[in-house]
Design a protein around this ligand. Sequence first.
Ligand code: HPA
Ligand code: ZN
Length: 333
Amino acid sequence: MKKFIHALPKVELHIHIEGTLEPELMFELAKSNNIEIPFNTIAELKDAYDFHNLQSFLDIYYQGANVLVKEQDFFDLTWAYLLRCKADNVIHTEIFFDPQTHTNRGISFDTVINGIHKALLKGKEELGISNKLIMCFLRHLDEDAAFHTLALAIPHKDKIIAVGLDSSELGNPAGKFERVFKEAINNGFLTVAHAGEEGPPESIRDALELLGISRIDHGVTCSEDDTLLAMLAIKRIPLTVCPLSNTKLKVFDAMEQHNIVNLLREGLCVTINSDDPAYFGGYMTDNFMAIAEAHDITKTEISQFTFNAIEASFISAEEKERLTMVIKNYLTT
Ligand code: HPA
Ligand code: ZN
């Protein structure tokens, strides 16, 4: 199974580029940019990756992102992630970035997006990995800040396919961003949102009804509501699920209790993704393996996660057909 999963061509739809910052690069950038981090060694830093919920992770994640300063830093971060994609046979990736994490520290929007974008271009050219970029608003910040960020993004519309919503779900309902999302849609952006990671099924309903989203990031608490579950299955509304993230942040106590396999069998368009791999212990192959090891699952079901990801992606119908053939060829050879 390990060999099958590793070689399976994969599509990633839920990855925060800031969450791919490996400890080694964090220390290197802290040194070269003269940024203090409250850890003396990589071992000390890794010891701090002991999370009990989403917020305990976010506190460390934002602190880590402080070392990213120059355009080259954003380039190096993204390039390192793309090399991991290559190693894991990821053929297409849709990447989140959190501009407010950086603009709030005085880093310009252009520095962030240009570094990421240049690496993505090189990844397409040299590694053959296609991509889309999604800009997330931080939901713990206010509506005005989100509107300001949207205005900064508009000149870069050619580089950004969609806007999303991440950070602390509890206490920050989707409705807070209804008007910003409407404005984003009016400007031609697609929309996605984190919902139902720690929040209840109502949080998923809100995101669907108020934000016009094309897919739900996480969404695993949908199984608490049978009516919602049936609707997600019938409408094939995609869920970008992140198994290692969910167990690290105690959304599920153990991988055996993860509901993704049940959701797949109930006909939902569920996909496997890595979320913040540098913090949660693994990239795409590791996430697939974690599910395969904890659940009785067939190779056909494993490949369905990739077919679902192609269906849920923001590429053209022709590209979807092409990627579908790549998977089918893999399965028949
Ligand atoms: N949830 C919410 N915000 C995030 C996450 C997540 O899993 N990862 C990075 N920002
Ligand atoms: Zn996420």
